[in-house]
Design a protein around this ligand. Structure first.
Ligand code: FMN
Length: 135
C-alpha cells in the first residue's frame, strides 16, 4: 500500500534563494533513488510538498524534513494511505517546480492524481492552485 504525506512550510531567513534551488535539485534527485514520488513546489520562499511511497519510507522522510531548520511553519495537509485503487501502486517520479518553470508539470501531476485518487485530487488540486496564486 502506498502512503502520502503533504504539507506546506515557509523557508527560514537563513537559507538563500540559491540554496533553495540547490536543495530542490538534491531532493528531486535523491527521492527518485529511494522510490519516493510526489512533488516539491518552491514559490516565493514557501514550500508545498507531496511525498508518496512506502509508508515507512515516507514517514521517516517527513520526520527528517520536520527537523530541518531551513524551514518552519510546517502545516501537514494529508497523512494517510492512498486509496485502494488499481493505480495505487503507480510509482510517479518526484518533480520539482520552481517559479521560473511553467506549470505544465503540476498540471500533469494533478491529472495523474485525478485518475488514481479522486479524493486526494480535490484537496491537493485546490491547495496547489491556491498556493501558486497566493505566492
Ligand atoms: C522544504 C524541504 C523539503 C525537503 N524535502 C526533502 C525530500 O523530499 N527528500 C530528502 O531527501 N530531503 C529533503 N529535505 C532535506 C532533509 O530535510 C534533510 O536535510 C536531508 O534528508 C538530509 O538528512 P540528514 O541530514 O539527516 O542526512 C528537505 C528539506 C526542506 C527544507
Amino acid at each position: 500500500m502506498r502512503y502520502i504525506i503533504s504539507y506546506v512550510s515557509t523557508a527560514s531567513p537563513s537559507i538563500s534563494n540559491s540554496d533553495i534551488e540547490k536543495l530542490a535539485a538534491y531532493v528531486g534527485h535523491y527521492n527518485n533513488t529511494i522510490g519516493i514520488g510526489g512533488i516539491l513546489i518552491c514559490s516565493d520562499r514557501n514550500f508545498f510538498q507531496i511525498l508518496e511511497g512506502k509508508e515507512d519510507t515516507v514517514k521517516n522522510m517527513f520526520e527528517r524534513i520536520k527537523k530541518d531548520t531551513r524551514h518552519h511553519n510546517i502545516i501537514k495537509m494529508l497523512d494517510q494511505e492512498m486509496g485502494n485503487t488499481s493505480f495505487s501502486e503507480y510509482h510517479s517520479p518526484f518533480t520539482v517546480i520552481s517559479d521560473k518553470e511553467d506549470q505544465n508539470k503540476l498540471q500533469q501531476f494533478l491529472k495523474k492524481k485525478e485518475t488514481s485518487n479522486p479524493e486526494h485530487y480535490k484537496s491537493i488540486s485546490y491547495l496547489a492552485h491556491k498556493f501558486i496564486k497566493i505566492t
